[in-house]
Each structure stands twice: as C-alpha cells, then as structure tokens.
Write a protein that binds this ligand. Structure first.
Ligand code: ZN
Length: 335
C-alpha cells in the first residue's frame, strides 16, 4: 500500500518547466514548490514562483508572496542572474513591487498535488497534521514568511526523512477493494461533502465527498484515516471475542483485553496485571495468524519469556500449525 518518494528535485523541476510551457500553471506551481529546497534548481524555482504569484498563474495574485520569492532570489548574486535571464523585464517589475506585510499568523493556500494547506505561524513548534479536508502545518516563529515552501518541504519531508516508517500513500480510488478474513473494505464516491462510511455486515465502505480528487495527498491521507477507523471497528468486533473463546477452550486466563495501537508490537501480555493489549492492525491478518498471536499471549499467563517450555505450551494448546506460525514471528513483534 505504499512506496517511497524517489523522484529528485531536478526531475520535478523539468516537469514544472514542461507544464509551465503547456500553460498548466497550477500543476507547474505545485512541482516548483516541491523542488524549491534543492540548491541545484533553487533559483529557477524562486524566479518562476515569484513570476506566478505576481501574475496570478496557477495561484492567486499575491504580491507579498512574489516579493518573498524575490527576496530569496536576491540573497545571492547567482540568483539575480538566473532570474534576469529567465524573466527579462518582468524581473524589474517584481523587484520594484512595494508590498505590505500581511497581518495575522494564518495563511491558507491550495496546492494542486496536495490539496488545501493551512499554514500557521508562531506556534513555537513544527508539526504537520492531516485532516479529512486539509493539511495543517505549524511553523515556529522564524518561518513566518507566508511563503509556502517551508510548509511543502515539511509535508514531503514526512515521507522522506522525518519519520522512518511513514510511507507516501499510493493512489486509492473507487476501484479499490480489499478482502480480509474478517472484514472487507470498499471505496465509494458519495453525494455529500464529508467523509463517512457504511457498514453492511463485515463489509465496510468508505464514502468520500462528491468532488474530491483521489490523486491529492490530502485525500489519500484522509482515506488512511478513515480506513484506520474502520479497521479498529472490525478489530473491536472480532478480537476480544476470539480471545475469550480461545481462553475458554484452553483454560488459559487473562484479566482484561484492550485494543490499542502499538507501533512496535502486534500484541503484548502484562505479567503484573495479566492484561492483554492487541494492536488493531492484526485484524487484517489471516484467521490462523490471529489465533497464533492470541494463543501466544494466553500462554504467557503461565510462562514468562520465550524459552523451550513456552513453545511446548503453544504446541499443546495450538497444535503444529500455530507453533510453526509462532516461530516465524520476529522477536520484536510479540512480547
Ligand atoms: Zn511473547
């Protein structure tokens, strides 16, 4: 369900140039913003972004933003020369803009590839948070320029380096369907303007707003948010009940079962409280694999650690197949 962003800023800039020449300015601006961090193409990006904001190409006319891109440009000599050669007489017009600094610490803009972006400054921290209809970027005070590229850099940075495990979400549209052992997931375009869902037995359908674009990052992340909610619903419906059944069948006891997202562990037995905590993701596993995990945790009610006696107990209560599945789990996956 995921892949890494591999395309370089240089390739992005080439795309931007072609789109710009074709008059597809919204898309071009999006690629330019995404490439502006890279020194190999930085000045070209700054120059074109200043021009687009000045002229209102692919983005609303915004003289302050044009001025900010211009200021980035002239910070070094090679920037000025790049801009002059690209923009000609327009460069002089942009350089002589007189602008008022906007007030407030909130700036909203739209990006063709991402969707609606809300930028908030002076929050004292840096954070990217996805919602169903927007992505919010909080910037520390020093970044309050209203120029969007730090925000864009932070958004793409989520997938590139900030969080090792976060993958760029692939395109999922109405053709998507996934059938797990315990529930299935579908996507449908609705008539309203909100994300919602429909439950028919074990078939869950995410209903997306009427006019969203599946290829935008905000939509892709929103689908992940919604599918996680439904995954949790399915997990709550099946896992505690199945654990209870296995406990009754084996006579292995526990005090309480919780479904809670854990990043490093599929399930966990707490020896002191005799509590079993299970991460909802395992509801996407096969029935046998789920049983293998639950029996593993139940066996901890009698034996601490993962010695030979522990695996003997799993064999006793689960049989050959459950034991074999247990031996394929990496050490860190179950505790
Ligand atoms: Zn264990």
């Amino acid at each position: 369900m995921s892949y890494k962003l591999r395309i370089t800023a240089k390739e992005n800039f080439r795309k931007a140039e072609i789109l710009f020449q074709q008059g597809r300015y919204e898309e071009a601006v999006s690629y330019l913003r995404q490439s502006a961090w890279d020194s190999k193409v930085q000045y070209q990006c700054y120059a074109l972004l200043a021009y687009c904001h000045y002229k209102g190409l692919g983005t609303p006319v915004n003289h302050y933003a044009a001025h900010m891109w211009y200021r980035h440009l002239i910070a070094r000599k090679e920037g000025i020369e790049t801009a002059k050669s690209m923009l000609g007489s327009e460069f002089d017009k942009i350089s002589s803009l007189r602008v008022d600094i906007p007030t407030g610490n909130r700036y909203e803009f739209y990006d063709y590839k991402i969707g609606r972006i809300v930028l908030r400054g002076e929050t004292g921290r840096e954070r990217v948070q996805f919602y169903n209809d927007r992505v919010e970027v909080e910037l520390s005070k020093s970044y309050l320029h209203y120029d969007s590229y730090q925000a864009i850099e932070m958004i793409y940075g989520l997938y590139d380096w900030h969080e090792e495990n976060r993958r760029y979400p692939v395109l999922i549209d109405q053709s998507y369907h996934e059938d797990y052992d315990h529930y299935s997931l579908r996507i449908e375009r609705g008539k309203g303007n909100k994300f919602t869902h429909r439950v028919e037995g074990d078939c869950y359908t995410i209903i997306v707003p009427r006019d969203i674009r599946f290829d935008q990052l905000v939509t892709r992340e929103a689908i992940i948010i919604e599918s996680n909610k439904l995954m949790r619903k399915a997990a709550l419906k099946y896992l505690p009940q199945r654990l209870k059944e296995l406990s009754e069948r084996t006579g292995l006891k526990y005090s309480d079962c919780q479904i809670k997202k854990m990043s490093d562990c599929a399930a966990c037995y707490y020896y002191q409280t005799k509590q079993i905590v299970i991460t909802p993701e395992i509801i996407t596993y096969s029935s046998r694999k789920i049983d293998a995990i639950l029996i593993h945790e139940l066996c901890h009610s009698l034996i601490k650690g993962h010695g030979q006696d522990f695996y003997d107990l799993i064999l006793k209560h689960g049989g050959e197949e459950i034991l074999r599945i247990n031996k394929t789990f990496p050490e860190y996956n179950l505790s």
